[in-house]
Design a protein around this ligand. Sequence first.
Ligand code: ATP
Ligand code: MG
Length: 391
Amino acid sequence: MVEKVLIVKYGEIATRGNNRHIFTGKLVKAIRKNIDSEGDFYVVKEQGRLIIESRNGEMDFDRIIPKVTPIFGIIAVCPGVKVKDQSIENIREVALNHMREHCSDKNYTFKVETKRSDKRYPMSSREVSADVGGYVFNSMDNLTVDVHNPEIVLNVELRNDAYIYSKLIKTFGGLPVGSSGKAVALLSGGIDSPVATWLIAKRGVEMEAVYFHSPPYTSEWAKQKVCDLAERLACFTGSIKLHVVPFTDVQLYLLDNVPHDKLTIFLKRAMVRVAENIAERENAQGLVTGDSVGQVASQTMQGLHAISSVCKMPILRPLSGMDKQEIVDIAKKIGTFDISIRPYEDCCTIFVAKHPETKPKTSIIEKIESKLTDLDGLLEKAVENIEVFEY
Ligand code: ATP
Ligand code: MG
């Protein structure tokens, strides 16, 4: 019997050593989460790769592949077939059918590459390649052999079962989530912060997200947008925990008690303080924001200094050196753009200064802040009332 399977390759280096089973376990979980709604599948661990198989024989690659390729730590996926009967006669036939199905639309150069983990197999890898290659070549007239630089590599892998595939679809790559610690991302509904979150998660950092919600100045729709962004990001990371912090009281208090042109800096410092508090509780080692140098008044070097100085943890700002268009391009590629541009503003105009300070002095900000006697209490109250969502 020939079964369609999706072969999933992951980065060997990132998953070496004792942690390997933890990372492969996480990959399996992430895959299952992304494909469960698509049918009745199971995932098998096979020496250095994962195999997605279907219980009822149905495997629609066009639907499954886009669900699997986003997951960080996976380096490629290969649509292929699995057979139990590893006799050379059967392998030849299955290989030929596979090539007919996938590679008969035009002329191709090809070669066969065989991997054989069962060393008792009666033929060497080289012999299998030559045999299968010769058979396929003689049966199809659009193929020529090129062992150095072929367009198609027909892979024959003889393991517990035999696997045959010819197409390797590269993914985003990245490191398996959790291999580089954990961070808390400040996720607004804008275009930038989801991209920043994605970039850091790509390097193997497990992410949690925090959103500061100020009803009625920010609507339920704005909050829903952030929830949808978190859900989208979870397709890449396997899961994301989103903390929604009620921030209205803090925001109104700052509005009444700090110079209006510096309000954004105080707001951001308050957000960072809460985010750091969450990070400490969740055993995270850093924060992530979507700041890009020079994009708005608070994102000057002076602004970033005034914001960063409120916190001990590193604040990662992967968009620091990117132009808006570069950020937009990534947002489109990862599917967050369309969610981000839904027209629900995340900031009411009463909190935005007409002429915001672009060169705040940290010492002055700190001096003003030290007189804000109610701030600590309001931040504590906000933290106590956090609402948590898991995606
Ligand atoms: P974005 O497109 O991510 O909203 P932005 O260009 O609008 O960013 P700012 O509004 O200055 O820039 O925010 C800078 C960063 O501060 C954001 O990228 C995000 O990380 C964080 N941030 C701002 N507002 C919020 C919020 N309401 N909740 C969580 N994080 C926020
Ligand atoms: Mg914004």
